[in-house]
Write a protein that binds this ligand. Structure first.
Ligand SMILES: *[C@@H]1O[C@H](CO)[C@@H](O)[C@H](O)[C@H]1NC(C)=O
Ligand SMILES: *[C@@H]1O[C@H](CO)[C@@H](O)[C@H](O)[C@H]1NC(C)=O
Ligand SMILES: *[C@@H]1O[C@H](CO)[C@@H](O)[C@H](O)[C@H]1NC(C)=O
Ligand SMILES: *[C@@H]1O[C@H](CO)[C@@H](O)[C@H](O)[C@H]1NC(C)=O
Length: 392
């Protein structure tokens, strides 16, 4: 684990800042409140401290992790970046035990607070996709126990407790106003929604219009899923007009929640994205489509748009994902959701410019500390750096 070296043992090394990309529209320069999922199921990713330089240069203000990787949380200490950290499904049973929950928080969260801004914990990911009713039954008790532990530690106001769901928890989503949850999950979801309302935490959904297109490429209009100009659809019950599928998916989740008696819970998108490559049978998984989806998505985030049913609530979105992850199992698309290749090269140009510093060193256990960087506006070589220290 990386420990900050004391200055007396520090070694000044030369670093090379690699210019990654620039575009005519430079979204980043205008400042984006973009959230990114930083998945690490790979054996070729740059060190968290290098990634922290990349993400800060992109002005990324919010990051979602699937664990509570201390190397990442340390690399972002004293930054303005806020974090969602994750507890995997394998922890749910233990988290129903107050002592184990307290141990987890004191080992994984407390050491990073307050210097790293951790604002949320997702307890489990897509638990209802697991086909494991035991895990489903642990979900709410685990969330309750983690929340009470935070209350006891006086941290519940700064760290919210939630979980992320796949859209497969819906049995119907068309038209959006008739969205409903699967009946067999209702016994878990009703008390879960009551808990969200009680502690005022958001309901997170991983929403992929890509899956809808892939499963039905002859019927789902590509422009509708890619946020391109198209005629869209009008919900006959509400007369609301939808010109993209992501809005429709989000409003169908709002409708499903309302059908269970709640209008007091905010829905956020914890993952959305589009793969730039896929197997032959994965319709739509192309570089061009990924570039359109994510480019249009970023523009939409920048415009702070709401959905047709909630036009005044800007949709809170975390893009999936920062890097292509070469160790992910499943079809080829799973390993190709990244905005960046592991070497820091953008997979396509959607107007995000950033730097991944490259260490001119013969050890890859070293990482950079205290690298100054700033945004490029004109010249690709207009950057500053001062020194960096060895860490092991
Ligand atoms: C980064 O984003 C923030 C808020 O979105 C904005 O105020 C700031 O100017 C941006 N900084 C740069 C260097 O783009
Ligand atoms: C759950 O707790 C048991 C007993 O303390 C421990 O052996 C096990 O490793 C824990 N599981 C996880 C996923 O941490
Ligand atoms: C759950 O079951 C469904 C239907 O039997 C299957 O398609 C899916 O792959 C299963 N999911 C997991 C995570 O095992
Ligand atoms: C980084 O280094 C600069 C110059 O060496 C120094 O002034 C600054 O305080 C350092 N910042 C941190 C966070 O250590």
């Amino acid at each position: 684990m990386a420990i900050f070296a004391s200055s007396s043992s520090s070694v000044v090394v030369r670093i090379v800042l690699v210019f990654l990309t620039i575009s005519e529209s430079s979204l980043g320069v205008r400042g984006l409140s973009i959230g990114i999922n930083y998945g690490q199921i790979a054996n070729n990713l740059p060190s968290p401290s290098r990634v922290s330089v990349l993400l800060r240069s992109l002005n990324v203000s919010r990051i979602k992790l699937y664990d509570a990787d201390p190397n990442v949380l340390t690399a972002f200490s004293n930054s303005d970046v806020s974090f969602i950290v994750g507890l995997g499904n394998e922890y749910l049973q233990n988290m129903t035990d107050p002592i184990k929950a307290q141990n987890w928080i004191s080992q994984h969260l407390s050491p990073h607070l307050p210097q790293t801004k951790i604002t949320s914990i997702t307890v489990g990911n897509e638990v209802f996709n697991s086909n494991d009713t035991q895990v489903m039954s642990f979900l709410l008790p685990a969330m309750q126990t983690v929340h009470s532990t935070l209350v006891n530690l006086g941290l519940d106001k700064q760290v919210t407790v939630t979980t992320a769901h796949s859209l497969t928890i819906l049995s119907g989503s068309y038209p959006p106003s008739s969205g409903t949850f699967r009946q067999d999950f209702a016994e878990y979801l009703q008390p879960l929604l009551n808990f969200h309302a009680l502690i005022k935490s958001p309901f997170l959904i991983n929403a992929y219009p890509y899956f809808a297109y892939k499963d039905n490429p002859n019927e789902v209009p590509l422009d509708y899923v890619l946020f391109q100009p198209n005629q869209g659809m009008t919900d006959p019950n509400t007369n609301l007009h939808y010109d993209n599928m992501l809005d429709a998916q989000l409003d169908s989740v709002y409708a499903a929640i309302k059908a269970m008696g709640h209008t007091d819970i905010e829905v956020r998108i914890s993952e959305t994205g589009w793969p730039s490559k896929g197997d032959e049978n994965e319709a739509g998984a192309t570089l061009e489509n990924a570039e359109l989806y994510n480019g249009n998505l970023l523009r939409r985030i920048e415009q702070r748009q709401g959905t047709p049913a909630r036009p005044s609530v800007p949709v809170d979105i975390y893009v999936f994902a920062l890097f292509n992850e070469n160790m992910k199992p499943g079809p080829a698309s799973e390993r190709n959701y990244g905005l960046y290749y592991p070497d820091g090269t953008p997979v396509y140009n959607i107007g995000l410019q950033g730097y991944l510093p490259e260490l001119a060193m013969d050890t890859d256990s070293a990482s950079i500390l205290n690298v100054s960087f700033r945004f490029l506006t004109n010249s690709p070589l207009d950057f500053t750096y001062n020194h960096c220290l060895y860490t092991f």
